[in-house]
Design a protein around this ligand. Sequence first.
Ligand SMILES: *Cc1c(COP(=O)(O)O)cnc(C)c1O
Length: 227
Amino acid sequence: MNGIENVYLQLMTITQNIIEFNQTLTKSVTLIAVSKTKPIPDLLEAYQAGQRAFGENKIQEMTEKWEQLPKDIDWHMIGHVQTNKVKYMAPFVHLIHAVDSVKLLKEIQKQALKNDRTIGCLIQIRIAEEETKFGLPAEELSPLLDAAKEFPNVAIRGLMGMASFTSDQNQVREEFKRLAALFNKTLITYPDCKILSMGMSGDYELAIEEGSTMIRVGSKIFGERNY
Ligand SMILES: *Cc1c(COP(=O)(O)O)cnc(C)c1O
């Protein structure tokens, strides 16, 4: 196969993947196309296939892509956020998925106010058995949500979680179940917390079965990443 055919096939694959997700997902589940490390032409291909929500995990990379791409894209920051970098994404970020401290909320409030915006946030809950993951222990959610009431330019829109990286489907399901239970409980007191962001390429089907409303899918759309 020559180079041009190869490129053509790759581009068609992204389009095909977006179309297939749109055909299989119900309206209650939002697809975030996780485009971290991927070049602009790949994102444009997804955009031309109708995709408007993209996820990145580095603020600088997301900002560069925002500058170059159409302005009707919703940019989702899905990675861990350093407080001193919030200012770079504050003018445009749509939803910050991995908020896990009052300190970070305070900075988001400050930068949102400066930009005359309200910035949507999800609280990342630690659900994985693994030690390495970021996120808030479940019992610290209520105090954080109460603290967030002091920040008028921050809108807490729901919860986010990442399951353990394991082939044990039962364990992954149990972790999603725990997060979904916490989400449903939270919804009673905080009716604006409507988003449950859980599920990636390897586990989004399980996540949807357990109640996810937002999946973050990278490699199943764009192919494997070469870090
Ligand atoms: C990279 C990443 C994803 C997407 O991972 P895939 O396995 O490629 O779908 C989802 N969520 C977060 C937080 C990520 O960092």
